[in-house]
Design a protein around this ligand. Sequence first.
Ligand SMILES: [Zn+2]
Length: 310
Amino acid sequence: MKNKLRKVYYQFLKLKSRVLYGRPILVLMYHRINDDVGQKLQDLTVGVSNFENQLIYYKDKFQILKLDEDWISLKKTGVVITFDDGYADNILNALPLLEKHEIPATIFVTTLNINKENEFWWDRLVFDYSSCNEIFYLPNKKDKNLKSDSIYKEIVEKLNNFSNDEKEKWFLEFEKVNHLMFFPRKEYRSLTNLELQLLSKHPLISIGIHTHNHYPLGSLTYEQQKQELLRSLKKLNELEINPTKYLSLPHGSYNIETFNIIKELNLSGALLANNYYSSNRNKVSKKINRILIPNIKDKILAQYLKHYDF
Ligand SMILES: [Zn+2]
């Protein structure tokens, strides 16, 4: 009886939401599309064949939308595809499949590593941490540490608040005390200038803003946040790329100043990383929810998305 009541109540909420705000829109968040799926420490890579399986499912089941088109009068639940960070595999592996299935996408680019061999710090950390022994050393600490989820989380939180220079120093020391050799891997590189320019001219692709350094904006001052945005816009401008007016928030982090800057720079909105569905009201409020898509397919994918198809 209780279950039946809950089901009826859920149906009521769903109906109410659809009457008030229209059909749900699932704004999907990807990072790397690569068969080098890396270690399990983070869920940021989808394999190439799973990605195609996912695209076919979206085309069959949902109404595919662009980020900056109207989200009203939908016939089905909407789906919007986005990529964060600007990995080279977005053009090498994802684009051919987006073309094959004629699916548009927005790629939010962190300008820091564009045209460089450098890896992002989170990829380097997964490599280093996975490569070191069960018992390892932290920089400037003599004590031995035993690998655990909590210590890994602690390291991530610490690095998240470091500047790039501080991070580099930390990594060099970590690699030294644990006898690791790290060389940037080509599977983790960012787009080159030319690749980014090619993408920006592609009819299916829009380029979006993802700041310059990928610092969590919520921990920065108004002035620092503004610099982060202006620096990345300047770099895109130098490459003659005219980005879409959406900002994808690095690490999903923001504070009240972030939205003051969005208003000041006349941006259309910010994309969060909160695993929640959106609707047309999110366009109006300029806060767009996003759902991280893991490396899954078929029934597991259908089940995963059903949860958000409110
Ligand atoms: Zn990012």
